[in-house]
Design a protein around this ligand. Sequence first.
Ligand code: ZN
Ligand code: ZN
Length: 94
Amino acid sequence: MAPRTLEGANVTHGIRATYVMYGCRCDLCRAANTASQARLNAVRAERLARGDLTVELVHGSHNAYQNYGCRCDLCVAGNSARCRDYRRSRRGAS
Ligand SMILES: [Zn+2]
Ligand SMILES: [Zn+2]
């Protein structure tokens, strides 16, 4: 979904919806997104620690590493592989 245009829109800055729906990257919206992401991640990490996950976590995936904060061997290895690929594709692109 392409972000809606901010031009002429009556948006409230400092809420995550503006960041997500309008793609606004002003300081206020970025801070709101970071805060809500951090809250979500904390909840997920806690669930992971309790073994109380509603979804099956795919270890080695970006989701497990980033959003659930899992640092098992698979997740750590998957993350370093992604970093490698990322750097490689950046080098190729520019
Ligand atoms: Zn904003
Ligand atoms: Zn893991």
